[in-house]
Design a protein around this ligand. Structure first.
Ligand code: 3EB
Length: 321
């Protein structure tokens, strides 16, 4: 059953299988198997805590409570009328981000805090380029057409391959800039060399954001990358340890910039792990049980955006401030 709240739900996610109908709030549906949960279905929602405004604009569904906005844009690639030399996915990504930024401007909430990107067949080829790289081309163009920077002040994000469905982009935005956080162990993704595609991915390693009286930390999808290179190819346990080292490095950077009195720590964050091979679930859980036994963990089967990455972990936490 979709979660309900007396004051309403701002938006959220449905992961795994469902036969029922979708709720009336914007719900990002991930066609990705939930691993190790008994009925294979997982709901997550952002509670609104008060009356919401909502709307539908050019296929983008949104809901707003106070100065917090959740939106969901799903773009069917097959209905794309593409310009010459632009692939359908690239066009879909550009369109999704254009509409997203249009909405932010209309709502007077210009700051994009966190984006969740999902697409089918992420490693497939489209017009001679891997689809994830096509997505990066379209995303970067969407940022630029809305006069947003593609380096530095960019949101926290994830981008994963799922089994089916449209290009799906969900987001949270607010009235204040996010404080972007980078990882000193890694080259910033927006500065990845051309070897990873003609346009770099547009995300920061984490973002600190400040709803009234609170400080939220969004850590982007984090993987076994040091510098710009994948380390420990083929070794899921070692990739998991390296990923946790990266998460800890990002948390340390975030803590140096935080305003809350208590510090963020890994055990106090909620984790979502994307696992390429469902058969690796046991190993991933074992490493995470050893490194951060207190952190709530949801595991999902999905394709991480480099073929040699076996696992990716994202995190979210909140403190009073
Ligand atoms: C990486 O560190 C792994 O394209 O939005 C992580 C988080 C990754 C976000 C994105 C990609 C994205 O490069 C992949």
């Amino acid at each position: 059953m979709p979660p309900q709240d007396a004051h309403g739900v701002l938006g959220g996610f449905l992961l795994g299988s469902t036969s029922g109908s979708l709720p009336d709030w914007p719900c990002q549906r991930l066609r990705a198997p939930v691993l190790g949960e008994s009925d294979g279905t997982w709901w997550e929602s952002w509670l609104a805590g008060g009356p919401c405004d909502s709307g539908l604009a050019g296929g983008l569904r949104w809901r707003r409570q106070g100065d917090l906005l959740f939106g969901l844009m799903e773009v069917d690639e097959v209905t794309q009328d593409t310009a010459p030399g632009v692939s359908p996915l690239e066009q879909a990504a550009e369109q999704a981000y254009r509409q997203l930024f249009d909405l932010l401007d209309r709502q007077g909430l210009p700051h994009l805090w966190r984006v969740w990107n999902y697409l089918p067949d992420i490693h497939g080829q489209e017009a001679g380029l891997e689809r994830y790289r096509r997505f990066n081309l379209g995303r970067a163009r969407g940022f630029e057409s809305a006069a947003r920077s593609v380096v530095g002040r960019v949101p926290a994000a994830c981008a994963l391959g799922v089994r089916a469905g449209p290009l799906s982009v969900a987001f949270l935005a607010g009235p204040t800039p996010a404080v972007p956080i980078e990882n000193p162990r890694q080259v910033s993704a927006f500065h990845y060399p051309q070897a990873y595609g003609p346009r770099s991915p547009t995300f920061s390693r984490a973002a600190l954001v400040h709803p009234p009286g609170q400080e939220w930390l969004f850590i982007s999808g984090t993987a076994s990358i040091v510098g710009h290179e994948t380390v420990h190819p083929g070794d899921v346990a070692a990739q998991c340890h390296e990923t946790v080292d990266n998460l800890e490095a990002v948390i340390a950077q975030a803590n140096a910039r935080r305003c809350s009195v208590p510090a963020f720590c890994l055990g106090g964050l909620g984790l979502r792990a994307y696992i390429r091979h469902a058969s690796d679930l046991g190993i991933v859980r074992e490493v995470l049980r050893e490194r951060c036994p207190d952190a709530p963990l949801l595991c999902v089967q999905a394709d991480v955006c480099r073929e040699d990455l076996l696992v990716e972990i994202e995190a979210w936490g909140s403190l009073p401030c």
